[in-house]
Write a protein that binds this ligand. Sequence first.
Ligand code: TRP
Length: 470
Amino acid sequence: MTAKRTSIHGQWSSRWAFILAATGSAVGLGNIWRFPYLAGENGGGAFVLVYLVCVVLVGIPIMMAEILLGRRGRQSPINTMDSLAAEEGLSRHWHLLGWMGVVAGFIILSYYSVIAGWTLAYIFRTGAGAFVDADAAFSKQMFTELISDPERLLAWHTIFIVMSVVIVSRGVKSGLERAVKFLMPALLILLLVMVGYAMSTERFMDGITYLFVPDFEQLADKNFFADILLPALGQAFFSLSIGMGAIMIYGSYLSQKSSITFNCFSIAIADTSVALLAGVAIFPIVFTYGLEPAGGPGLIFITLPIAFGQMPFGTFFGTLFFILLLFAAWTSSISLLEPAVTWLVENRNMSRVKATTIAGVIAWLLGLVTVLSFNHWAFSFSFAGVIKENGLFDIFDILTSNILLPIGGLLVAIFAAWLMSRSSTVDELGLGDSTAYQAWRFAVRYVAPFGVIVIFLNAIGVFKLLGFVE
Ligand code: TRP
């Protein structure tokens, strides 16, 4: 056995610290903003079902593999892959996996920050009572006004990037733990309040049915394999923060004694519960107020304010909700920067502050593309049977979630389950050679890689060409 490394960037103060930080990374806009709007665009129940299957069969096993690599390498993902490949006698080109993650992280952060900026704007709007007694038309108009104004989007985007740079430059561990410990439960409670409101709406059951009962007829004009599976798989990667080295770097700060399996299941359960609760809170409102489920990325910003405008103490709850959503986005953005920052610290000998500032500037600049994609540069195109209206933003989103993250995850799975020696993985997972270990190994060796490959081939239309599917 090789001597165990330690990270120059430090270690989590306790095993709960890791779970909290990783949950902070996983739970974010992906659960509350992205999940409901994708479910709405992709026909509801069928998407949700496929999403859950992807989380269990592909997401959790790959998350375990990614944390395992991180803890064994104990450096930035780029250097971790480099050292592990050397250790296992493999090509150094594996560090390209780390690079791909850094690139994906910048692209995701660049648009994530713009959406977090919408959240910031909505804290003030809701706080000022803008939505009292608002109807659907008014709420829609408010949203359209915001996104058509590049100057305002740019201002909020800039504030969010600065917020992220400030917290990352101080080191991931200080502050983060305490923030997540109180804010995550608070967010959960507020989501339950929203669910309570949803239950009081006329069409609560329609929302539930839409979300949990797959309606295959509605999918008649879609290709189930290509159109539903790919976005669902992408959402599983996005929501769990896997496939780009974020959870790998968090794993690199994890103590050798902590159980990767227990941690992963806790994180995935928390993450999935928040997404489902968000869906339950939103769809009854969508139906009660005659909105379109396929309303696109503005969905929660149009539906939730209507609810806040109607419910008792709505201005208070609404403002608090957007504040907590902002914190959730903040704790996620940290993990998008961390792989690039640690690499700059390790390889360019920079201070954390300088490294974070440079990374922040890159993400800020890239974010200008998203800012403009909602107004001056807007164009539409069709993807997986859905009309996407925000050109380059959608392309960034599809490129990262549906392509780069699954490829990253696929490579992690191949590395951990096919190339790394079995004993190294037994050693890291600490499950011995039990059934649990074998189930994991089977999942990362076969289920996850083949799942990703089959979904990709379908999406590219290869099977169609070969005549395998209609
Ligand atoms: N999972 C986060 C969310 O749902 C977003 C996120 C943070 C992420 N780090 C990531 C997505 C790394 C992909 C990869 O909001």
